[in-house]
Design a protein around this ligand. Structure first.
Ligand SMILES: Nc1ncnc2c1ncn2[C@@H]1O[C@H](COP(=O)(O)OP(=O)(O)O)[C@@H](O)[C@H]1O
Ligand SMILES: [Mg+2]
Length: 340
């Protein structure tokens, strides 16, 4: 059901329980959005002058692309016209040429009951469309520009064919800054009556790197699993190694013999269900922060990069873990005095 998804996101009563917070706190109007004010005011102007062009929203996940076009649609159409005027295709719908020739074409070519105004087609995750489908879409857009507007949404602009790009007004949705995220999180924290420590808040902001959806999901899952949201519970809930875990790992690598270091890390990794890749990312950051002599730092960074490369190609985690321990042991005599 293509229009069905639209109806369910737009008509959920705000007070409903058990909703994921990302939906419960999805901005309803353009004014509710907390970022990209320049984009919002431009869109507002297009709407008020009745000159909405075809749109292309791009940028990383969780930055408000879908919320923005839904808010525009809510402003453009009354509730009762919504389903006949808006077609929303999201990730769960097929992305082949058949969708363009089928549902999209028939929606765009059907005359509107409400004579005035245009219909709106929202194509979420348009970068998943095949080249053929994109070419077919370009022809549909050209043919029905009179009475239909298209909004394409994607993460990667480069995956949209130039012929489509050039027919749309493009807007880049950048990651949200901590300044923008924190007040919004605080609003939700207050509404939901969650206890969050300052370092818990910091951990959420750090781990979500500008993705508001991710920050809300971390907040909700941590508070549901642990009650109080602290640095510890956030990292544990997301399966990310704690700073103290990483400090321990580095300490074992540099100060214990190989077998002890290897076994203790393996034990910690198993106990906490950590991925070696995540450990490696954090260890790498710590290597940058610790005051190693330059030559040693370079050797270590090169070795860590090699391990990461091998891990990415699906090699055995235990072998790569021993390689990581070995990398530190190889330089340990030179660094012990510097690192402690
Ligand atoms: N700019 C924003 N202002 C307020 N909330 C936001 C913003 N961007 C994202 N969110 C929150 O994150 C959720 C996901 O946003 P969404 O618009 O679906 O992001 P995208 O389509 O860019 O992946 C929303 O339901 C909302 O709760
Ligand atoms: Mg989206």
């Amino acid at each position: 059901s293509f229009a069905g998804g639209m109806a369910s996101t737009s008509k959920v009563p705000l007070q409903s329980r058990n909703l994921p917070w990302v939906e419960k706190y999805r901005p309803q109007t353009l004014d509710d959005l907390i970022s990209h004010k320049d984009i919002l005011s431009t869109l507002q102007r297009f709407i008020s002058e009745d000159k909405l062009p075809h749109l292309l929203f791009y940028g990383p996940p969780g930055t408000g692309k879908t919320s923005t076009i839904l808010a525009c649609a809510r402003q453009l159409y009354k509730d009762k016209e919504f389903n006949s005027m808006v077609l929303e295709l999201n990730a769960s719908d097929d992305r082949g040429i058949d969708v363009v020739r089928g549902p999209i074409l028939s929606f765009a070519s059907t005359r509107t009951i409400f004579k005035k105004g245009f219909k709106l087609v929202i194509l979420d995750e348009a970068d998943a469309m095949t080249q053929d489908a994109q070419n077919a879409l370009r022809r549909v857009i050209e043919k029905f520009t009179e009475n239909t507007r298209f909004c394409l949404i994607c993460n990667y602009l480069s995956k949209i064919i130039p012929a489509l790009q050039s027919r749309c007004t493009r807007f880049r949705f950048g990651p949200l800054s901590p300044d923008q995220m924190v007040p919004r999180l605080e609003h939700v924290i207050q509404q939901e009556n969650v206890e969050v420590t300052p370092d818990g808040m910091k951990a959420i902001v750090t781990l979500s790197s500008g993705d508001m959806r991710r920050s809300l999901n971390i907040l909700q899952s941590t508070s549901m699993a642990y009650g109080k949201v602290t640095e510890d519970t956030v990292y544990t809930c997301t399966g990310q190694p704690l700073r103290s875990d990483i400090a321990n790992i580095l300490d074992w690598c540099l100060n214990k013999d190989f077998n002890t270091a290897y076994n203790q890390i393996l034990q910690l990794k198993t106990l906490k269900g950590l991925a070696l890749h995540d450990i490696l990312t954090e260890v790498h950051l710590l290597v940058h922060r610790v005051d190693f002599p330059p030559a040693i730092r370079i050797t270590l960074l090169t070795k860590l990069a090699d391990i990461e490369h091998r891990l990415a190609s699906g090699t055995n985690e235990k072998i790569q873990l021993s390689s990581m321990v070995a990398a530190f042991q190889a330089v340990r005599d030179l660094v012990v005095s510097e690192a402690s």
